[in-house]
Each structure stands twice: as C-alpha cells, then as structure tokens.
Design a protein around this ligand. Structure first.
Ligand code: M6R
Length: 367
C-alpha cells in the first residue's frame, strides 16, 4: 500500500508530479492559452463584480492560501485577505455579496473551516471550496468546488494536497484574470507553459534527496531553527516551518526576512541553522542583506535558490539547494518540495513516527 516507500509521506511527496498533472488535466484548452473551469457555478457577471477575496483555512491549507493570495493579487489585482478559520468567524469579518470566500481543505471535513464557510454564506458571500475530497461536508455545502486531484493523502503531514492547492489557485487566478481582462493571452500562455514544466522539475528536486537527507541529519541535532524569506518565499517558509515542527518536533519559526531585526535577531547565535528561501528575484538582494545580518551573528545558513544565483549566494551562505528555473509566481510549487523532504528526513533521523506524529490527527473535526 505504500508502493515500496518506507512511509506514506515519502510516497505522497513522490506523487506530486502526478498530482500536478491530474489537477491541471482537462482544465487548459488545446491551444494552451486559456483555463477552462466548466465545473464552476460562479458566473462571468459575478467574477466581474468581486470586490474582495477572503481565503480561509487551517494549518497547511492556510499556508497554501498565503501563496493563493499572492497569485490572485498578482494575476487579478483584487485585494485578498487570509484568515485562519478558527479566527475568522469570531472577528466579525466584513463580508458582502461582492466578497468571494475561498475555503481550502484537503479533507473537506475540518470543523473550523466548515464553520467559516457557513459564516461566509450567512453574510451573502459566494463560497468556493478548494478540496481534495469530492463528497466531503465542505464540498457539499460550498457554492462552488474546485477539486484538487492529489489522490488520497494518508500521512498526517500534508504534502501533495498543499502543492495541488497551489495549482488550483493558479488555475483559478488565471481564469479570473481572463474574465476581468487583467492578463493578456500571451501572459496566460507563458504561465501555462511554465506550469506544464513543473512535474518534471519536481522530479529534479526529488533527485536531490540524498543531499537533503544529509542536511536534515545536520539540523536534527539542533533545538531551534529559523526559516526566512520575502514575498512568496515567506509563505513557503511558513509551510516549511510547520512541516518540520509537526513531524520532527524541532522548534522553528518562520520570519519575513526583513522583520528579523525588529526583535528576533536577538535569538541568532553561533551555529543556529537558518534556512533562507531566496527564489523571488525582485527581492533577492534584500533577502541577501538579511542573510548577511544573520551570518554576522554566527548563524549557519542554508539557502534555496535558482541555479543562476548559487555562485553569488554561496559567498554569503554555508550551503545551498537549487530549484529549477520557473516563473516567480510558481516558485512555491518547487521550493516547498525541498522543505518537505527536509522535514521528512529530520523526523526519520530522530526516529519519530513520520506518518503519525504525536498529538495530531489527519482530520480535525472538532473546534
Ligand atoms: O483537511 P484540511 O486541509 O482542512 O486540514 C487542515 C489542517 O489540519 C492540516 O493542513 C494540517 O495542518 C496538516 N497536518 C499539516 O501538515
């Protein structure tokens, strides 16, 4: 049942190329310049009238929503807010019939996310669910469902569900962009071409697993570590940190790289591992100056970046992992794979139950 893999998590990490393909299949026209989502009830009129988007979810699905925000804001230029589901309903969110609420849930059964869906509907919003389970409570109650085709996810730590959610957000963003005329056909086809290359690019990252394992063994000796990044890299940092805590029980924090010097820098001392996500070109230079700040305090820095920046970066960091070249909008779908493997091998090195971490359940059906 684990298909020859030692754990479900490792199997599911390796299933990502397929999950990307399956989630894209049938949703792109033959010319490769248009997203088609016939399953949506959301009308062209409704899409044109959307004034704001609220993305609501828990845990890893929330982290996917952070990337989703950046995708939708970039592609469609509509303001997007992210909310943790258990907070959303108690903060009296400002929802109108022109609000699109997007709930994200692998299982479709998370109690807080379901309650958030109902809160959105009670306020007249159209609620679109991104879920991996067609017959789930969330899928049944939502006004619209965009299914991720990741296949069953058994390991408590979510991997292929997260990346499929990113694919779903990209497709949705492109679809909305087309209706609202915010991207040209050329821009859309450039992004779709880049998306088609992702599955093979994930394979390239999977091929680095021995090196990632070595690094994981190194960090497994530490009690605390930090993830830093800017923009989408910060969103991925948050997912990497959650994954590591969840299955390796190593304490880590994810910080917006520029925020470190507002307090957290005090925690950086000799030998503390810092994992720097450095894939977003537009802010690369800024991230590098933050890397230098932690290096100057003795941190041991590992960077995740593109090939073309490695030589430069290696002047400021101790080691680096490369992700294949893609568009800035899509880097999260690749860089996170390195972090999933890192969490997996750190957990393994520490002898933990990778697929069933302590205190956690796969599906959280209580508030
Ligand atoms: O099924 P859901 O996507 O609604 O689950 C949400 C979270 O409970 C889930 O993503 C959790 O954070 C994962 N175990 C993280 O790996």
């Amino acid at each position: 049942e684990k298909g020859g893999y030692e754990h479900f998590m490792l199997k599911e990490i390796h299933e990502q190329p397929k999950a990307y393909r399956d989630t894209m299949r049938g949703r792109i026209n033959a010319e490769g310049n248009k997203v088609i989502l016939p399953e949506l009830n959301l009308t062209v009129e409704q899409i044109k009238n959307i004034r704001n988007v609220q993305i609501v979810a828990c845990g890893t699905a929330y982290n996917a929503g952070l990337v989703g925000r950046s995708l939708i804001e970039t592609l469609v230029r509509i303001p997007v807010e992210n909310d943790i589901a258990s907070e959303y309903r108690y903060r009296s969110p400002i929802v109108t019939p022109e609000t699109l609420v997007i709930v994200v849930s692998q299982s479709g059964e998370t109690a807080d996310t379901l309650a958030a869906l109902r809160e959105g509907q009670a306020n007249g919003a159209h609620v679109l669910a991104i879920t991996n389970v067609v017959g789930s409570s969330i899928a049944r109650e939502a006004n619209d469902v965009l299914v991720t085709l990741a296949g069953p996810e058994i390991a408590v730590a979510s991997t292929k569900a997260y990346t499929s959610q990113l694919i779903a957000f990209t497709l949705l963003g492109l679809y909305m962009a087309e209706v609202r005329g915010t991207q040209t056909e050329e821009q859309v086809s450039e992004i779709l071409t880049a998306m088609h290359a992702l599955p093979e690019q994930v394979e390239e990252i999977l091929a680095q697993k021995e090196a990632i394992k070595n690094y994981a063994e190194q960090i497994s000796k530490h009690k605390h570590l930090f993830f830093i990044g800017r923009g989408v890299d910060y969103a991925v940092a948050q997912e990497g940190s959650l994954k590591l805590k969840e299955i390796s029980y190593i304490h880590s924090e994810a910080y917006a790289a520029g925020e470190l010097k507002h307090g957290t820098l005090a925690l950086i001392e000799e030998g503390v591992p810092v994992i720097a996500l450095a894939t977003v070109e537009s802010v690369l230079e800024k991230t590098v100056s933050n890397i230098k700040e932690v290096k100057a305090r003795g941190a041991d820095v590992m960077a995740i970046t593109h090939e073309e920046h490695v030589t430069d970066l290696l002047r400021s960091v101790d080691q680096a992992f490369v992700i294949p070249k893609t568009l800035p909008l899509l880097t999260a779908t690749l860089s996170v794979v390195t972090l999933q493997l890192l969490a997996y091998y750190a957990s393994l090195a520490l002898g933990h139950d990778v697929d069933k971490p302590r205190n956690l359940a796969k599906s959280v059906t209580v508030e």
